[in-house]
Design a binder for this molecule. Sequence first.
Ligand code: FPP
Length: 253
Amino acid sequence: MGIFKNIFGKNKNNEALNHSSVPRHIAVIMDGNGRWAKKRGMPRSAGHAVGAETFRTIATYCKDIGVQYFTVYAFSTENWKRPEQEVNALMDLFRKYLTEAAETMFESGVAVRVIGDLSPLPEDIKKQIAEVDKIADKLGENAATASLCINYGGRDEIKNAVKKIAEKVKVGEINPEDITENTISKYLYTAKMPDPDLIIRPSGEIRTSNFLLWQSAYSEYYFTDVLWPDFKTSDMDDAINAFNLRNRRFGGV
Ligand code: FPP
């Protein structure tokens, strides 16, 4: 029982890991589930189910090695266009994993969050998210956080932030001249977390697909041909080791 049960275990002291520093925030575009299933003559939903297991394994590993924020792209604002059966299968996976998160999160001490425009989600899932949120709030700000982005789109997120800021301007609560980049960050779904240091995209696709557009301004990207259901902790080691070889200058010299 419990996808999140094992996420926050003890350090494993993995020999393969040679991290000079562990990124504080790692985000993943969990891509390649459909191709993984097709190669095996299985329905796409089977690929998502194995992809969700991979999420469990990798989220656990990230916690073990000291990553404070782990964020995954689980359902985009565009994914509603997929066949109804596939959308339903994904919703069922969310139901299952949110149930498990609610049961195990407090004991594990991890804050599970769901971010995105949650308004079009089925009512029962919205209730589950609210319940999980309440438990996460009790864990406090310093708890490690695993975030699922559901009905998430980077442009949609920025549009929603602009709308909220415009409302505040309209009622005189914000002076347009006082709007800074920080103001915008504060109105995003990710307001309480640092920007991702490392964004991983498996499956050989080399694009951002509307994921964390604002937040990725200075993120390092890591692409690999491995399909997400096949992604192992050793692939995470490779990504972090590659990250540690990068020279992040944030626009400086
Ligand atoms: C992209 O691969 C993946 C998705 C649209 C869904 C990702 C969702 C999961 C792995 C389930 C997550 C659930 C939990 C609770 C963590 P694709 O289907 O586009 O793959 P393809 O490009 O090979 O067709």
